[in-house]
Every structure is written in C-alpha cells, then in structure tokens.
Design a binder for this molecule. Structure first.
Ligand SMILES: O=C(O)[C@H](O)[C@@H](O)[C@H](O)[C@H](O)COP(=O)(O)O
Length: 246
C-alpha cells in the first residue's frame, strides 16, 4: 500500500501571495530564534522564482542584519550578473533590500572555469563560516528550498549521483541537455539544518510533491525526497495548485 505522509508542518494557502507571507514569517521565526539562542544566524537560500516574493518581505523584517550570514543552496554555472544567476536574483529580491554586510554574503562562484575547485572552496566557506556544528558538520540555522517539476531540490537532479554524495559538502553537477552545469550543497549539509522552509507553487509541481510525500519512492527518481530525512523542523509552504486543488 502506498501512503502519503507529510514530514513536518504543512501550510497550504490559497494563492502564491499568501505563500510568500507565510514563508517569510517562517523564515523570520527561524532567524529570530537563531539570533536569540546563538547570537547570529546562518541561512542558505535557493534560486528559482518561487522564493523571491518571500525574500522581499523578509528584507523588511527588523533584524540586526549584521548578525545575518547568507549562503547559497545552489548556483548555475553563469557569472553573477547573468539573468540565470541565483546570486543575481537573490540580490534583486533580498540583498539589495536588507542591509546585510558584504562580508556576510557567501555566493557560489558559478563563473569559475573549474567548478570542482569552486565547490571545494565553498565547502571550506561552510566549514569555517558556519561555526555551529552538529555531528561535526556545519549546522545551518535555515535552508530555503524549492522543488522542480521533475522532483529535484537544490541542484540534486533525478538520475544524477549527486543526491547520494556524502563525502563532500558541496559539489559540481555536470550540464545535461539544455541545463547548464551547477554547483550545489549536498545532502549532509541540507539534512543537518536546524530548520527548512520548502516553497512550492503551481500545478506543475503537484506530481513531484506527491512523490516526495509518498512513503514509497526513491531518491534517484525524486531527489527532493531527501527532505524527508532532515533532522530539523521542516515547513512546507504551498499554494492550492501545488497541493492539487487548483
Ligand atoms: O537554481 C535552482 O533552480 C534551484 O535552486 C532549484 O532547486 C529551485 O529551487 C527549484 O527548481 C524550484 O524552482 P522554482 O522556485 O522556480 O519553482
């Protein structure tokens, strides 16, 4: 028998605008708690289009932004001013709107000619920058994730070995078809986060979301199932279309 179990808290809203508000509130909550308990907050953010309205709202929150450190979950192999750059889109929606010191912003170098070296450098940023550790590995206070129509999350794509990588904290993902190469943080860092907010909008995501929530399934087919094993608090914020009701 196949059963559906939503791991974590599900916030299902009618429309994308409410997704943005709920997601921003949940991110802000995790960030406030980290600052209260640990004096600073380390977050890793995703690209894609779904989180941008939430980042815009988050930027209006009255944090001590000097205490906020930003990392990326993944990046496309393009320069930072490219229209497909995750850094560029987060800059427009978030970094240009919140006074986060430049020294606290740790982008992935998608423009690097040697992406393996860029991934190794990113692993060092994570090991040194994220001082809080759980089980010897960096413990981000918050990761913000999305899900692709094909069931990917971060840049962990179906049929790629990346979702099984455990000996690296970040790695390069080769180009495939019309998808450019990527950099991504890997399962051990994602799983170790104290909190995650997963933002899923639109009808096209519904089949993938169902596959994540089914008790049966494989990481190879649906890498976003990795979220099921996260140790921290998982919050899904979805609209009715993603939930199959629109
Ligand atoms: O760079 C990327 O493409 C991502 O970080 C990716 O994992 C994204 O989160 C999903 O593809 C969902 O994208 P949407 O937000 O556009 O639905």
């Amino acid at each position: 028998m196949t059963t559906k179990v939503v791991p974590g808290l599900l916030i299902a809203t009618p429309e994308p605008a409410q997704v943005a508000r709920e997601a921003a509130n949940r991110m802000a909550k995790a960030m406030r708690e980290a600052i209260r308990d640990r004096g600073e907050v380390h977050i890793a953010i995703s690209g894609g289009s779904s989180p941008n309205p939430a980042y815009e709202l988050l930027a209006k929150e009255p944090f001590d932004w000097n205490k906020v450190h930003v990392y990326w979950v993944d990046e496309r192999a393009v320069p930072p001013d490219h229209e497909r750059s995750n850094y560029r889109s987060a800059k427009a929606a978030f970094l240009d709107r919140a006074p986060i010191p430049a020294a606290n912003v740790h982008r992935m170098k998608g423009e690097a000619t040697d992406l393996d070296a860029a991934a190794a450098e990113y692993e060092s940023f994570l090991r040194e920058g994220v001082r809080q550790k759980i089980g010897g590995l960096p413990a981000l206070d918050l990761v913000v994730l999305g899900i692709g129509d094909d069931g990917h999350t971060a840049s962990l794509f179906p049929g790629e070995p990346t979702v099984h990588v455990t000996d690296k904290l970040a790695c390069a993902v080769p180009a495939k078809g019309d998808r450019e190469a990527r950099l991504t943080i890997t399962g051990p860092v994602l799983e170790n986060a104290r909190a995650s907010v997963v933002i899923v909008i639109g009808k096209a995501k519904h089949p993938a979301l169902e596959r994540v929530w089914l008790t049966n399934g494989t990481l190879d087919e649906t890498p976003a199932r990795i979220i099921r094993g996260f140790r921290g608090a998982i919050t899904w914020v979805i609209d009715k279309a993603a939930g199959g009701m629109g």
